[in-house]
Design a protein around this ligand. Structure first.
Ligand code: HEC
Length: 93
């Protein structure tokens, strides 16, 4: 929760009351699978993400329209609606 004023280049700080509530929630509900030192910083660095995307080749990630695996919406056209269904993936040609 600390350092959110420098969150990948933007200030994502919540109000101080929100910070207290969110921190309490996270401490109570945090996954036991990762400790602070071993958790990947980005979802795209996680084994889960890599295994879901093993069929996406290195050349595709470099594609001019994609640039970064974090640009979910380029391939998952309905990402904005929370729809990542594998049947509706469109990789730019
Ligand atoms: C280069 C295009 C591309 C980008 C960018 C991309 N994905 Fe995917 N994604 C795919 C492909 C291809 C699959 C495999 C589709 C399949 O299961 O047939 C996939 C699968 C998935 C799945 C599993 C879907 C299922 O039905 O099992 C999820 C969830 C997912 N992606 C989330 C994300 C998220 C979140 C991001 C951004 C952080 C992202 N993807 C970025 C191409 C992409």
């Amino acid at each position: 929760m600390s350092g959110l004023n420098q969150h990948f280049g933007t200030d994502a700080s919540p109000s101080s009351q929100d910070t207290q509530e969110i921190t309490a929630f996270l401490e109570k509900n945090a996954s036991k699978r990762w400790s602070a030192n071993s958790a990947p910083l980005r979802i795209t660095d996680s084994q889960w993400f890599k295994s879901k995307h093993r069929e996406v080749g290195a050349a595709i990630w470099q594609h001019a329209a994609i640039k970064s695996p974090g640009n979910c919406g380029v391939c998952h056209s309905d990402a904005g609606k929370g729809d990542f269904d594998g049947d509706r993936v469109h990789i730019p040609k």
